[in-house]
Design a protein around this ligand. Structure first.
Ligand SMILES: [Ca+2]
Ligand SMILES: [Ca+2]
Ligand SMILES: [Ca+2]
Ligand SMILES: [Ca+2]
Length: 202
């Protein structure tokens, strides 16, 4: 019997990962497998199962999509994927090798990448979700160098993805993200402090 891996929520990322004449497509499946596809001859460059060796029995599902950027500034594009295990996975696009950053809560959005504090190194922003008895969430800024937490906010549960821009023109980036409590929130990118929120009503 043919085994297949469903793709429910995932948005592909398209980039020229190897600097040649062709684009590649990278996409994650519901089962947490990340695929990198060479479009020139439609061959699979690699696929990396995000769940092998890392708590394989815990919620092995990925709601979010991959992000592709040279997160660690080594000249090779990297691929990020959040999972319901609460692990943010980082893959090198040239080999598919990767490691997991343990964020404790579920990550159902797509990681956003920006240099939030202007030090020349990227931060990774993810919302986190815990639908247990005491539902809670977090918004986290993680170091692109070692995955360490630069700041985090206790937050209502969110399965959403963040957008990042300097929306008030003061030279500091803001993070805007929706939440299951019906609000859209805006945080200071440098400190994580709440700047404003608006409750959306029907
Ligand atoms: Ca290419
Ligand atoms: Ca890189
Ligand atoms: Ca930075
Ligand atoms: Ca700003």
């Amino acid at each position: 019997m043919e085994v297949f891996t469903p793709i429910y929520h995932s948005v592909p990322a398209i980039a020229n990962f190897y600097g040649d004449e062709s684009l590649e497509v990278v996409i994650s499946s519901w089962l947490g497998v990340v695929y990198l596809i060479e479009t020139k001859n439609m061959s699979l460059v690699w696929n990396e199962n995000a769940f092998v060796d890392v708590r394989p029995l815990n919620f092995p599902n990925a709601y979010g999509s991959v992000s592709a950027a040279d997160v660690n500034s080594d000249g090779v594009l990297d691929i990020l994927l959040g999972t319901d295990q609460g692990v943010l996975f980082f893959f090198k696009s040239d080999t598919g090798e990767g490691y997991g950053i343990d964020v404790v809560k579920k990550i159902r959005g797509t990681p956003a990448i920006a240099d939030l504090d202007g030090d020349g190194k990227f931060e990774i922003v993810v919302g986190a979700h815990d639908n247990g008895a005491s539902a809670s969430g977090k918004l986290l800024s993680l170091s692109s160098e070692n995955g360490g937490i630069e700041w985090q906010n206790e937050f209502s549960p969110t399965s959403s993805s963040a957008a990042i821009a300097d929306i008030d023109g003061d030279g500091v980036l803001e993070i805007v993200i929706g939440n299951e409590d019906g609000n859209i929130y805006c945080f200071d990118g440098k400190t994580g402090a709440l700047e404003w929120n608006i409750r959306l009503a029907t």
